[in-house]
Ligand binder design. Structure first.
Ligand code: ZN
Length: 352
């Protein structure tokens, strides 16, 4: 089940199949979600559109900018040859699987190739992309989780190592939760110094918001009303994201490490973290409402394969080689081939 409450309305696979019996039923549903007030051209916004008789190359034509389009145009699904029925099922599976969906499972369930399934999942995650345009009014709680575990669960030696927090190359996920609305945001940070953490807080909170953190020195002197609580903040943001997100992410890393891939990209980590934060934020809605919300958020998002597999300024493999490896891959969703060898060195994942 989706993270969340007992009173929200779920949806069974049978109900899902009844809802999308054919590709045209799926298309009609996507159109009703993406164009709730009537069809418009995604390229110029014009309402002067018409259907193309044989639906080729696209089912609609804009009279103003004279271009063809479909309901996928201008969304993260643009240029995808995958039928909308399969997209609907993928979104459903993603929303109803607490620990996300592996590309292997999606490959089997949808009958697509594994790279296609992997690419689909990353495009769906674009719906939950990081957005700090609406700062939290607070009170807000902030905490960070280090790869390698939470500070309070670490050995004294490890904790000592982190006390400076200025250490270069410490990968952490910093999360913030608004106590009033229960909304969360999370961001992968490579530096855990005062500047990075305080910038994160200031970008995500209103100027008069009260911010609650643990007693770490990095938060001292923050330009917000600041409450620092010793060893008490730990449980909040990660009650969902930590227990089911970061922990399962680490479990996934361990499984992944035993197989073809031995390294994970930081770039994908953010999308994965966003998925858990995004799912947390809509967890009280019914499954169908969550699906509508997710599809609506795909509008205006774009993720190209070349960007997905592009290097991060780090050693990279050719796209062809990526595809070859992905085809052979028996691993999980956000496993990637090229990253900085030291980025995850502190994860201490033992090879099985
Ligand atoms: Zn147009």
């Amino acid at each position: 089940m989706v993270p969340g409450k007992y009173h929200r309305k779920g949806m069974t696979i049978v109900e899902l199949m009844d809802m999308f019996p054919t590709e045209s039923a799926a298309t009609a549903w996507f159109e009703s979600v993406i164009w709730p007030n009537g069809r418009y051209c995604p390229k110029c916004g014009s309402l002067h559109t018409r259907e193309v008789p044989n639906a080729k190359p696209m089912p609609y034509w804009c009279k103003d900018c004279r271009s063809y389009f479909s309901v996928k145009t201008g969304t993260a699904m643009q240029s995808s040859k995958i039928p909308l029925r399969k997209w609907a099922i993928a979104i459903y599976l993603c929303l109803t699987s607490l620990k996300s969906v592996s590309s292997m499972k999606l490959q089997r369930d949808l009958g697509v190739s594994q790279p296609t399934a992997w690419f689909m999942m990353h495009r769906i995650r674009k719906a939950w992309g990081y957005d700090d345009s609406q700062p939290f009014d607070g009170p807000a709680e902030v905490d960070e989780t280090y790869f390698g575990g939470k500070r309070k669960n670490m050995s004294n030696a490890k904790r000592k190592e982190l006390t400076s927090r200025g250490a270069v190359g410490k990968t952490a996920v910093v999360g913030i939760k608004d106590r009033e609305t229960n909304q969360v945001r999370a961001e992968v940070i490579v530096e855990t110094d005062a500047e990075t953490l305080q910038n994160f807080v200031e970008e995500n909170t209103a100027e008069d918001a009260t911010v609650c953190t643990d007693d770490a020195a990095a938060y001292k002197g923050m330009d917000r009303l600041h409450e620092s609580v010793r060893h008490s903040v730990g449980e909040y943001v990660w009650e969902m994201a930590h227990a089911n997100g970061i922990e399962s992410f680490r479990a996934m890393l361990k499984r992944a490490h035993g197989g073809t891939f031995h390294k994970i990209s930081l770039k994908h980590l953010q999308r994965y973290v966003s998925e858990f934060a995004g799912k947390h934020n809509i967890r009280n809605s019914g499954t169908l409402a969550q699906m509508r919300d997710t599809v609506a958020r795909l509008v205006g998002e774009r993720l190209l394969w070349r960007d997905l597999v592009a290097d991060n300024g780090l050693p990279n493999l050719s796209q062809k080689r990526c595809r070859q490896l992905l085809r052979r891959c028996t691993l999980q969703v956000n496993v990637r081939i090229n990253t900085h060898p030291r980025s995850f060195a502190h994860l201490n994942i033992s090879s099985s």
